[in-house]
Design a protein around this ligand. Structure first.
Ligand code: C2E
Ligand code: MG
Ligand code: MG
Ligand code: MG
Length: 294
């Protein structure tokens, strides 16, 4: 009986694997179509200097305005961001759109210093294709290299293309484009990566920031990352700041920058000028309330 059941389970397993594969293939096809139909968009979330309350820049976050499912975040199409060909297409779209937006803001004298663009593992592993693209787009929109930052997950450093990735980051850094290590502290969190790869920024993962008020362990880890960054001459950004209490801990701990719903949710490009105008009024006060000695 056990044997029969075992066979049955294997059968169910095989069938569900088929369904999964089919769903994935359909999703990829739909994303391809969505790109062609111009359904993709970029939202922007501010990165705040915790010492001066200035907006340091905006992180560009891809969105899919799906015809029937509504506005989708990357979680709904992560398979596409992991697919080699599609992530190259989405990546090129996001770089072009966000740098074009930055050019437009600059023309309109809207004070946005830079955009942070997330780069997928396969984009990074595609040799110097990425650096060629970045150089060409900065030229196209007449922007200096310090107007763009790249955000990279540690997982991009793993595998047999690690040397190629290190080369690309070094090339870009020499050209003037700084990279940030995203979601730091999760995944592999190897401190060697900070040394081996040319990253000038660290973003502390949201999981450490949520619960910063109650959890002693998160507080200790967050402070250790802040101090590590300071001692290595890297700017540290805390991700996912949602409460004034969390902000207070970060300000007291001397963290450079913060990002999160407390300041603003990611917004369409068209809402950025209005946000900046409002922030000029309440940003300073929020940081003072959090104990910043501005
Ligand atoms: P990430 O780069 O770590 O981006 C931060 C994520 O946290 C964003 O989710 C943002 O909306 C969310 N977030 C920001 N503040 C808060 C907060 O206070 N509370 C909470 N709960 N969440 C907050 P999003 O936009 O859904 O993006 C998820 C991930 O997808 C990103 O994580 C990034 O790894 C990836 N991603 C986004 N855009 C792109 C892209 O253009 N290309 C690539 N390759 N990956 C992207
Ligand atoms: Mg990011
Ligand atoms: Mg992150
Ligand atoms: Mg993340």
């Amino acid at each position: 009986e056990a044997k029969a059941r075992g066979r049955g389970q294997a059968c169910v397993f095989k069938r569900s694997l088929g369904v999964e594969t089919e769903r994935r293939v359909n999703l990829l096809e739909e994303v391809r179509l969505g790109l062609r139909r111009d359904e993709f968009d970029v939202y922007y979330q501010p990165i705040i200097d915790l010492r001066t309350s200035e907006v340091r820049g905006f992180e560009a976050l891809v969105r899919w305005q799906h015809p029937t499912r509504g506005l989708l975040t990357p979680a709904a199409f992560s398979a596409a961001l992991e697919d080699h060909a599609l992530s190259a297409k989405i990546g090129a779209f996001v770089l072009d759109r966000s740098l074009g937006q930055l050019r437009q803001w600059t023309n309109q004298s809207i004070p946005v210093l830079c955009v942070n663009v997330n780069i997928s593992r396969s984009q990074l592993q595609s040799g110097d294709e990425l650096s060629r693209q970045v150089v060409a787009l900065l030229k196209k929109y007449d922007l200096s290299p310090d107007r763009l930052k790249l955000e990279i997950l540690e997982s991009a450093f793993l595998g047999d293309r690690a040397d190629a990735v290190a080369d690309v980051l070094r090339q870009l850094r020499q050209f003037g484009v700084i990279s940030a290590l995203d979601d730091f502290g999760t995944g592999y969190a190897s401190l060697t990566h900070l040394k081996t790869f040319d990253v000038g920024r660290i973003k502390i993962d949201r999981s450490f920031i949520s619960g910063l008020e109650e959890q002693q362990s998160n507080r200790v880890i967050t402070q250790a990352i802040i101090d590590l960054g300071a001692n290595l001459g890297m700017r540290v950004v805390a991700e996912g700041v949602e409460t004034l209490e969390q902000l207070k801990v970060l300000v007291a701990g001397n963290c450079d920058c913060g990002q999160g719903y407390l300041f603003s949710r990611p917004m369409p490009g068209g809402e950025v000028p209005g946000f900046l105008a409002r922030w000029r009024h309440y940003g300073h006060r929020m940081l003072l309330n959090a104990g910043s000695g501005m």
